[in-house]
Design a protein around this ligand. Structure first.
Ligand code: MEV
Length: 358
């Protein structure tokens, strides 16, 4: 099994586990195809509460793992060619469609880094995390695949090494990833992230969020490129907006620690406007934000790369979340989930929970 990332610090190095029955690695770059065992890995989806895009330029960000949106990967040694079985594609890994290249990259990177390059394997992926919706699908799939390969080979991966391998796939997915998604999909609770460093966040009182999918695919790589282009075209204004988004993350950290949901919500709505001005909004996101605010949301903003994807709205409590979910569906949301972030001190962080709202 993979270990989960502990933002408070990780094991210092990889460790080859004692063989459990057959040892999968022959140490000569091959995986014994006769092995009966399967390596498994898992990760969760995530939502970014504050700091998307600005985090690429060194500003802080806050993200929350969504524990019930999970990806599970199973890897088994195969006889000749590597194949993938997933909801999006089943067939030889050499022929995966472009959108699944990062999955193939994650597999190759893990096999090569762990001493078995080109070993043929059968990779099976099952995922609840919607793809291209800004909720961490690419990072979660990569994290699950890396974990599964390590498990197959009997290696307990150091969290930093696991992170680096996920980042190889994230670079294939969208160019210059900050590392926020890769951290969030393996975090045990809300995280504060800046310049690659991650730490757990205190949450004074529970928070109920409603996540609504516009149904419009969001392309993180294109959105990141659009911000980069805007920064070239208008550096002063763009850098001001990026700094404002960082300031909102700082303010939100204080809101979370102080249990001030009303202030947190206001900061979310401000962040949505700044992200729109940065060029990563979408009319479908604005329509859902308006619907959420009209239904009494404390705040609403896009989450993740934007230009489509998901909106996140803060409810007053669980009953209000149901009302918000209905309002968002009525306003055209393709899918809606309700996520509760429990109160947490930095020393003991339970996972968030999520319920799909029908
Ligand atoms: C994408 O989920 C988050 C972005 O900030 C990109 C990144 O952090 O690499 C848009």
């Amino acid at each position: 099994m993979t270990e989960r990332t502990d933002p408070r610090g990780a094991a210092a190095s990889d460790e080859r586990r004692p063989p459990q029955g057959d040892d999968a690695s022959r140490g000569d770059g091959a995986v014994r195809s006769s092995l009966p065992r399967t390596g498994t890995g898992s990760a969760t989806g995530k939502v970014i509460l504050f700091g998307e895009h600005a985090v690429v330029y060194g500003q802080p960000a806050i993200a929350v793992p969504v524990a019930a949106l999970t990806v599970q990967a199973d890897v088994t040694a195969a006889a000749d060619v590597s194949t993938l079985d997933s909801a999006l594609y089943t067939g030889p890994i050499a022929d995966v469609p472009a959108r699944l290249r990062p999955t193939a990259v994650a597999l190759d990177a893990a096999l090569a880094a762990l001493g078995t390059p080109d070993a043929p394997v059968f990779l099976r992926i099952r995922s609840d995390v919607p793809a291209e919706r800004g909720v961490g699908s690419s990072a979660a799939v990569a994290a699950a695949v890396v974990g599964a390969v390590a498990d197959l080979l009997g290696i307990r991966l150091d969290a930093e090494r696991h992170h680096e391998l996920v980042q190889v796939a994230e670079r294939a997915a969208h160019g210059t990833p900050s590392g926020l998604d890769a951290r969030a999909v393996r975090a045990p609770g809300p995280i504060w992230f800046r310049n690659g460093a991650v730490e757990p966040l205190a949450v004074a009182s529970p928070l109920v969020f409603v996540i609504a999918d516009t149904g419009v695919p969001g392309q993180t790589g294109d959105a990141v490129a659009a911000v980069r282009a805007q920064r070239v075209a208008d550096p002063d204004a763009t850098d001001r907006r990026i700094a404002t988004l960082g300031g909102l993350a700082d303010a939100a950290r204080a809101d979370l620690a102080g249990g001030d949901a009303a202030s947190l919500g206001r900061h979310m709505t401000q962040a949505h406007a700044e992200l729109g001005a940065l060029g990563v909004g979408h009319p479908a996101l604005d329509a859902l934000a308006d619907a959420a605010l009209a239904a009494g949301a404390l705040g609403a903003k896009l989450t993740g790369g934007g230009r489509g994807g998901c909106l996140i709205a803060l409810a007053s409590d669980a009953d209000h979340a149901e009302l918000l979910a209905r309002a968002l569906r009525d306003a055209g949301a393709a899918d809606v989930w309700t996520t509760t972030v429990p109160a947490a001190s930095v020393d003991a962080q339970p996972n968030t929970s999520v319920e799909k709202t029908e």
